[in-house]
Design a protein around this ligand. Sequence first.
Ligand code: F6P
Length: 348
Amino acid sequence: MSIKRIGILTGGGDAPGLNAVIRAVTVKGIKSGYEIIGFEEGWRGLLEKKFRRLTIDDVEDIHIKGGTILFSSRTNVDKIKNGFNIARKNLKEAGVDVLVAAGGEDTLGVALKLHKAGANVVGVPKTIDNDVNATDYTFGFDTAINRISGFLDMLRTTTQSHNRIMVVEVMGRHAGWMALHGGIAGGAHMILIPEVQVGIREICDVISKRFESGKRWALVVVSEGAAITELMKDVAHSSQLDDFGHVQLGTGKGIGDVLANAIEYETGYETRSIVLGHLQRGGTPTAFDRVLGTRFGVHVIEMIEKGEFGKMASLQGSEVKAASLEDAVGELKTVAAHRYETARLFFG
Ligand code: F6P
């Protein structure tokens, strides 16, 4: 099959490093003799034929910027009547022979289905959550955990000055990678993640012991989807579901607020909470994410040249290789118990 045009789209929540992927796909693609087409707003752009040709000039230096120049959405092709047929027809009309889909579990799941429906698709694993299987890391994660540890450094001095407890809510609905790595790096005294069920008593015991030892302040990092048995019922979930069926967290009374109230009530120590929210996702990518996005982008063009469709670029150790999309989706990559035990050593 002779390939002339390669399309690219970015779907789901944006992640720092997406522009590095777009730049790398465009530069490597054009230098290898292909035309590059950018679909805007993720799968919506493919379904609604919103696309434009990308040149090397269009992508100059964009890798230093956060977000995605192609915009993003959580539109799910699977939720649209005849969605996969429309997507295939639109690819054909746009003369696109292969599509590169950069996204997390949801976007890559759609990419796999579109591939099974007969289109040539390759994936690039993106998410600040780092919860995509079949790759050691996704880009965006490094920037997000650097943000978290940076904010913890700032929160540390004000929390310490007031002899308080600060509960810091971070993103991560189903996987606690961001809380774990951001919390370890920022020296959190307690980290709570979705994978490990902890009771409010245990949390308060750890904090109380710390206060009784004379260290009268504490930083607690909590994933937005953390499993704190007694508190789950009090957490406000938006009734709104996105196209992939996810409830919106981090709005209204999230786990951070609820946990802070419970800690203050149980221990009697003054407690504040803060939701880091989209500050974790915005802004310029770290050098690591710029380089990982670049390597992924270059690698997918090499995969396309070898006809490796239905696969994604993946970091395996220090090498970027191809991994099957089938292995990447279906199940999230969550935090293993022994990884939490490492963090637990530093609690209190
Ligand atoms: O999927 C990435 C993610 O950052 C999650 O950690 C978080 O729950 C969600 O996106 C928030 O997305 P939105 O931009 O829709 O608020």
